[in-house]
Write a protein that binds this ligand. Sequence first.
Ligand code: ZN
Length: 186
Amino acid sequence: MSIQEIRLFGDPVLTTPALDVVDFDKELRTLVADLTETMIQAPGVGLAAPQIGVGLRVFVWDVDDALGHLINPSLDLSPELQDGEEGCLSFPALSYQTPRAFRAVAKGFNMYGEAITVEGTELLARCLQHETDHLNGIVFIDRLSQDDRKLAMKEIRESDWFNTAKSSGKEPTIKVSPHDLLGRGL
Ligand code: ZN
């Protein structure tokens, strides 16, 4: 197991849809372990494989003192919505009121290839939606209203991490850890 570098907004891996996992092998279990360890160290509430540069449909979470992981997920969402602050480990120190479904039912597989269903409301539902979005190449600011997204883009362009990554011309990585994530890094 090892802690991986978290990719920041601007890295193309975050806007590229991930591929289904085909082999439920030792390599997959190492990926789940790396994601879990990296999320805990950040610290964050959830982390998806593309955020560590791996284009596979895998994510992990740590919500209400319960660790979980899900592979090749599909989501059913409630029509009721929830409001709340949401952040992302790939957007250090930023968070925005992000509308999400109140309840989510996620179907997929565990790392041994067994079919599992995860059902959550509130933060777990928010996390399942946020991480599944990552697997589809969608980042949370895409879920904001047009005005809020404009405001977010302005803050991102002014942030140190975005400009450091841009001027270095390299793949952006977190330079300092932990960041203030307001407890909602996903
Ligand atoms: Zn995220």
